[in-house]
Design a binder for this molecule. Structure first.
Ligand SMILES: [Zn+2]
Length: 215
């Protein structure tokens, strides 16, 4: 290599030995070479069944990102923080103060989620998802495409976002919204979001469901 070679040429020459010709050829089969694809192929990946249910375009982007974190148990709940060997004054839930904070407690077991989920189920007219963590992730992975299915997922997504936000408000500002207020906020955001599907061709069942939750 020439001593005055540019840094990226040096880097390319260095990387040449890291990949086999077959690996390089594999990412260029469409005629366009993608460095990101080559890099991603080097990572060990564990396919999951719930990615389509989470990354749905109907959802509000910040909601779906949070759902992805929750379903992968990646939120900084106090049990997770402890697992990083970061000392904490307490592991108790900052909202109720009675039980250790975990994903299950934050979403299903604390007194606020329990009440909010009941209000949301009453609004939807059916018990839409299992209210324990393992059953819930299995349920999410088994979701099929469809308007009602996507809207149900979107509602779940909004519930989780508002519960998490309420927990942070309590932690940093010292107050929590009432469960009625939280449920109404969730209903409002869903109703605004449903303007997206307003002009879509819908089945009678889908129209009835949307009509019920937008009344
Ligand atoms: Zn709690």
């Amino acid at each position: 290599m020439k001593p005055d070679s540019s840094w990226y040429w040096r880097k390319l020459c260095h990387l040449r030995g890291k990949f086999s010709p077959a690996e390089v050829k594999n990412v260029g089969v469409t005629g366009i070479f993608k460095a990101s694809k080559l890099y991603n192929n080097t990572l060990s990946q564990h396919p999951v069944g719930y990615h389509q249910a989470v990354w749905c375009r109907l959802f509000i982007p910040k909601h779906r990102f949070l759902l992805w974190q929750v379903v992968n148990s990646q939120l900084l709940t106090r049990d997770n923080i402890l697992s990083f060997c970061i000392p904490l004054e307490t592991l108790l839930c900052p909202v109720c103060g009675f039980y250790n904070e975990s994903h299950t407690h934050l979403i299903f077991e604390c007194y606020i989620p329990k009440k909010v989920i009941e209000l949301i189920f009453a609004w939807m007219g059916f018990r839409a998802w299992p209210i324990e963590f393992t059953g819930w992730t299995v349920w999410l992975a088994s979701r099929r495409p469809g308007v009602i299915s996507s809207i149900t997922n979107m509602i779940l997504d909004a519930v989780i976002y508002y519960l998490r936000r309420n927990r942070n408000i309590y932690l940093f500002n010292g107050f929590t919204w009432t469960t009625d207020y939280l449920a109404i906020d969730i209903m409002n955001i869903i109703q605004y979001r449903l303007f997206i599907v307003k002009n879509r061709k819908l089945t009678l069942q889908e129209q009835r469901f949307i009509g019920k939750i937008t009344m």
